[in-house]
Structure formats: C-alpha cells, structure tokens
Design a protein around this ligand. Structure first.
Ligand code: SP5
Ligand code: ZN
Length: 340
C-alpha cells in the first residue's frame, strides 16, 4: 500500500488560459488532472495521506523571498488594479541586460511587476494560484516526511507542477519548484548526495539551475530535445552536462525503447545517491498533447522498475501530464514499477 499525499487546496489554481505566440488559448494544466490521478491511485489501492502544513524554511532555502512575496500577493494586487485581463500576465520583461546587470526597481505599475519574475507568457496567475502552489509545496514536504520516517517510496500529488521554476523566475505552468524543495529537505533530513531524476517530457530547467555547481544534489533529466523546437528551448542540452548534471535529450517520436535507454542512464547516474527524488511528468506519453514522445504504459511501468531497482528512499513528485484519460493510469503504472 504505497502512500500518496493529497491536498484539496491544489485544486484551487485555475490558470484559465495560456498566452502562446500572442494568442490566448485554453489552459491545459487543469484541476481535473489531479483528480484523475487521485481516482486512479485510489482504485489501485494506494493509501491517501492528508498533506500537513509546513513552515516556509525549506521553501525559502530554494526560492528568492521576493519571488515568494510576489506570488503571494500578485492576484490581490492585480484584482485591486481593475485591469482588463482576468489573470496576472506579464507584458514587459526585466531582462538583466536591460539594466546592464543592475537590480531593477520594483515598478510602481502593478501591470509591470510580473515582468520581474515571469519568463514566459503562458503561466497565468488567478485567484487560487498562490494557495494551490503553496499547498503543492506542503504536499511534497509531507511526502518527504513519510520517507524520512521510513517509507521507501512516497508519492506527492502536486499541482501546479514546479520543475521549470528557478530561484527567482516562474514559467512553464509552474510557480514554486516542489521537486527542488523536496530534494533540499531530503538532503537536510537524510544527508547527501540526493539525486533528482526528471522524466517529465520537458527539461527540468529550474531544478537544474537551482542546483548548478553543487555536488550535494545531482540532477538528471530525460526530455524531448529542445533543439528540435521544444520548451524550454534555451536549456536541456548536453553541453550543460557536468559531474553533477546529466541532460539526456531525445528526438521527437521516440518510443519506449529509446526513452527507457535514457532512463537507464539517468538511473545509473543516480545510483550512488543517498536518496532519490523522481520528478514524474507523464507527458512523454503517446497520448499526450504537449509532447511528441511516444511512451506507452509498459514503458512507464519499466521506468518505475528501473528507478525502484536502485533501492533508494524515494519521493515521487508529480510534474506534467495533460491527457486526462491516461495520466492517472500512467502514474499508477510508474508507481507500481517503483514500489515492487
Ligand atoms: C510542467 C510542464 O510539463 N510544463 C510544460 C510547459 C510547456 N508548455 C509549452 C507550451 C508550448 C505551446 N503549446 C501550445 C498549446 C497551446 N495551448
Ligand atoms: Zn512537461
């Protein structure tokens, strides 16, 4: 009976839309995702554990307090400003070259403030966004508690996802980096090194950059080649690899065999760690609308088995996965492989 951590507050974020190439399209990162996963877990006999509130210490060890404060207040400030958009969205970006590296001032205009912290136009903030993002951090930390107290594997049903968030910038449908918070807390509870293996279809750019140059958290990511035109476009290449970071970009169209070969490499890279965080996106699935990878249910089960074979204390953190009909079963497949 594998434990999974749940919080109703994770349902409170409703992005409503994404702005892509200047066009507002319906959101794909929906509350129904978490409900679909929960339903599949319960049907499979997993044991639901209620999320427990944690203080901000692990969160602030990962993120710039200014990002956290922005996210906490962004919706209220936006709503009070009576703007024509029903969601917080950036329009001008405080790129560091704009100020020759000087710290930009906080703009007096509420509508300019997102440009200090957002790196894309697809990641909108609404009435429940902060509550859900902060709840997802608690879900991840509760799963860490379970593993620190002796469970071999615990699953954190986090939503919204987090792996695209850096120390001070949010994007990619993510607001707070749940995976990085879990890794940081596991490190302080169990000692290092901690390995993060990210099998979401997109590169775990936020997690990579957060732990860059450190030897105590090893990061590996298996993802569709950003050089073939896929988000996050600017990172995820093998040129970023080093002793503590392994990117395994794979070609669009890759199915189980090619994807599992990369997962095996990532697992070998993680083998010497004290504990493991799996950033589990199931958007590499053949059915998923957001990636061109073609992984099947058997592939996810085998990926779980490969990672479970490491025998490490393991926290699994939910990242992406957007096909509502298959995400639940694919999470169950992965956890079944892992927990065997
Ligand atoms: C956590 C995660 O999986 N984030 C993925 C973010 C990547 N989104 C890229 C979207 C690119 C444009 N998609 C067009 C669809 C418009 N609805
Ligand atoms: Zn993804």
């Amino acid at each position: 009976m594998l434990p999974f951590v749940w919080s109703d507050d994770c349902l409170r974020h409703e992005a409503a839309a994404e702005v892509w190439v200047g066009v507002r399209t319906p959101a794909t990162e929906l509350p129904a995702r978490a409900l679909a996963i929960r339903e599949a877990l319960v049907s499979a006999g997993a044991r639901e554990v209620s999320s427990v509130t944690h203080d901000d210490s692990a969160l602030l060890a990962v993120h710039d307090p200014a990002l956290v404060e922005f996210l906490r207040t962004a919706w209220d400030n936006w709503a009070a400003a009576s703007l024509p958009s029903d969601r917080v969205v950036p329009y001008v970006f405080a790129r560091s070259e704009l100020t020759s590296g000087r710290t930009p001032p906080t703009p007096t205009a509420v509508w300019a403030q997102p440009g200090l912290f957002a790196y894309d136009t697809m990641t909108l903030i609404g009435p429940g966004t902060w509550e859900a993002a902060r709840a997802a951090v608690d879900v991840a930390l509760t799963a860490v508690d379970l593993v620190a107290n002796g469970e071999r594997v615990a699953y954190a049903c986090c939503r919204p996802p987090g792996h695209h968030v850096t120390r001070s910038l949010y994007g990619g449908s993510c607001y707070l980096n749940n995976t990085a918070v879990a890794a940081t807390e596991l490190l302080s509870r169990l000692g290092g090194p901690i390995a993060v293996v990210d099998i979401d279809a997109h590169h775990g750019n936020g997690t990579q950059e957060l732990f860059l140059g450190r030897g105590d958290v090893l990061t590996a990511s298996v993802h569709v080649d950003p050089g073939a035109g896929w988000f996050p476009h600017f990172l995820g290449f093998t040129t970023e690899n080093g002793a503590a970071n392994l990117n395994l970009p794979i070609a669009p169209g890759t199915g189980d065999d090619g994807w599992l070969a990369a997962v095996r490499e990532a697992a070998e890279f993680a083998a010497s760690a004290r504990a493991l965080v799996v950033a589990l996106g199931v958007d590499a699935a053949a059915e998923d609308p957001e990636s061109p990878l073609e992984v099947c249910a058997a592939g996810y089960r085998e990926a779980g088995r490969i990672l479970g074979e490491l025998g490490l204390p393991t926290v699994v953190v939910q990242e992406g996965g957007y096909d509502l009909a298959t995400i639940g079963p694919l999470v169950v497949e992965t956890l079944t492989g892992l927990a065997r």
